[in-house]
Write a protein that binds this ligand. Structure first.
Ligand code: ADE
Ligand code: ZN
Length: 343
């Protein structure tokens, strides 16, 4: 076996955390079709193959249009349960021992599907995952293309749920179309979330300028930056991220599919890692971008010729950057260290 293949296998079985995955982005075309049939939803695509063929994106918006169409098949508690179970099973098969999942309530409430439908389904799946050996948390994301008033309304709808399930629903995030929707648009709702004791993250620097990363840090007070790779030519920002150990949840396959970088060999992940930035590897929307977290590691190992030590650092960063308790984080790092020493 080649050295790269052996390393890909070692990493694939290593304990790891996933910190950037949209549950709705884990819906495989087959699942979309199955749920559409079950729920009597008519899709614009006659077959699974034709839907899959439409997965040719040239930027974030061209992806989001299809992604939101895919969510239209989710109508019942059981649908949300099955979607989450399927992701957690896949994640477990990828060596993920802890995951912090994004969820987009507004893409469902806009269709008349409320918290009382989707929350019980997602929570039921998370409980089952826990029994199967994967711990999971939920981060509620606000759609940034909508007004802050809609985010505030969503936050109030969520309040009863995160108050009742503080161990499961741990934070808020910001996603959807980045350009023209700066983090500062969501100042008030993030301040409320912080007051409520929630953890804070935001997508920034996926397509937008480096100023959006600065706004997310300075105005929203986020504790992790989701993506953070685009337009990162600023030495000052790189030094700031490095010195503060600010985690970046990087999604390499997503970045290629959405043309953030032309080619994996041009990805700045290794440069950031070598600069001492706390980068982590994640799948974003695995059903749309060509694979779960292990496929992301494999693509990077192949294209950037990552060595064993660099892979260990990425795995360890993922575990250390979770919002799990200090005890759980330490025990997860110990699991990684024991695995790494034995293999
Ligand atoms: N929602 C789902 N995937 C996303 C991404 N990559 N960027 C922004 N919003 C998203
Ligand atoms: Zn994302």
């Amino acid at each position: 076996m080649s050295v790269a293949l052996a390393l890909i296998e070692k990493v694939a079985r290593a304990p790891k955390a996933e910190l950037h995955v949209h549950i709705e982005g884990t819906l495989e075309p087959e699942t979309i079709f199955r749920l559409a049939q079950r729920n009597g939803v008519v899709l614009n695509y006659p077959t699974v193959e034709s839907l899959r063929q439409a997965y040719e994106f040239h930027d974030l918006q061209s992806f989001l249009d299809i992604y939101y169409a895919g969510t239209s098949v989710l109508l019942t508690e059981q649908d949300f349960y099955e979607m989450t179970v399927e992701y957690l099973d896949n994640a477990r098969a990828n060596g993920v021992i802890h995951t912090e999942m994004f969820f987009d309530p507004q893409s469902h409430t806009a269709r008349g599907v409320g918290f009382e439908i989707f929350m019980p389904g997602v929570l039921r799946a998370m409980k089952q995952g826990e029994a199967n050996g994967i711990s999971s948390r939920l981060i509620i994301c606000f759609l940034r293309h909508l007004p802050e008033a809609s985010a505030l309304e969503t936050f109030e709808q969520a309040r009863g749920w995160f108050t009742r399930y503080p161990e499961q629903i741990i934070g808020v995030g910001l996603d959807s179309s980045e350009q023209g929707h700066p983090p500062s648009k969501f100042t008030r709702v993030f301040a409320l979330a912080q007051q409520a004791g929630l953890r804070l993250v935001a997508h920034a620097g996926e397509e937008g300028p480096v100023d959006y990363i600065a706004e997310a840090l300075d105005i929203l007070k986020v504790e992790r930056i989701d993506h953070g790779v685009r337009n990162l030519e600023s030495d000052q920002m790189i030094a700031r991220l490095r010195d503060s150990r600010m985690p970046l949840t990087v999604c390499p396959l997503s970045n290629i599919k959405l043309a953030v970088f032309d080619d994996m060999r041009q990805h700045n992940l290794l440069a950031l890692l070598n600069a001492g930035v706390n980068v982590t590897i994640n799948s974003d929307d695995p059903a749309y971008f060509g694979g779960h977290v292990n496929e992301n590691y494999a693509a990077l190992i192949t294209a950037l010729d990552l060595n064993e030590q660099q892979c260990y650092r990425l795995l360890r960063n993922s575990l250390e950057s979770t919002f799990a308790s200090a005890e759980l984080r330490q025990s997860m790092v110990t699991r990684l260290d024991q695995y790494w020493a034995r293999h």
